[in-house]
Ligand binder design. Structure first.
Ligand code: ZN
Length: 137
């Protein structure tokens, strides 16, 4: 076997064509050559995804470390976007999290309707909660 031929490996597999394309375009925009296989058959019918083992994203083996580092950076960016950047309107702290409300923000009619239709009224509504002052907004 010719050692000069670059080995191509499967870097990741995906169930959804959209995810595969997002990752592929990120790698490509950072100069990593890659291509997808089995994309078409999965696009036609998502049920085929299991049959063919998902959509495969191939890269050159020499790019593996770079691609992994890139993905890690992307994940960190996502995490940064998820947390922070939201400010408490009361104390202006950025120490804010998103989660289900602890307050019961239900009026008379909500409770009455819930009661009539046997719906549990305290479905969680996600709100931002400030760790600093306990404000929910
Ligand atoms: Zn606050």
């Amino acid at each position: 076997m010719n050692p000069d031929i670059e080995k191509i490996i499967v870097f990741m597999t995906f169930d959804k064509p959209i995810e595969a394309n997002i990752i592929m375009s990120k790698l490509e925009s950072n100069g990593i050559n890659c291509f997808l296989s089995d994309e078409n058959i999965v696009s036609i019918n998502l049920l085929y995804s299991n049959a063919v083992g998902g959509i495969k994203l191939h890269i050159f083996e020499k790019d593996l470390i770079e691609a992994q580092n890139l993905l890690m950076e992307l994940n960190e960016l996502e995490v940064e976007k998820e947390s922070g950047k939201i400010q408490c309107p009361k104390c202006l702290s950025y120490n804010v999290t998103k989660g289900p409300s602890s307050k019961k923000r239900y009026g008379f009619w909500t409770i009455l309707i819930s009661f009539l239709f046997f719906i549990y009224p305290f479905k969680t509504k996600n709100v931002y909660c400030c760790f600093n002052c306990g404000n929910e907004f």
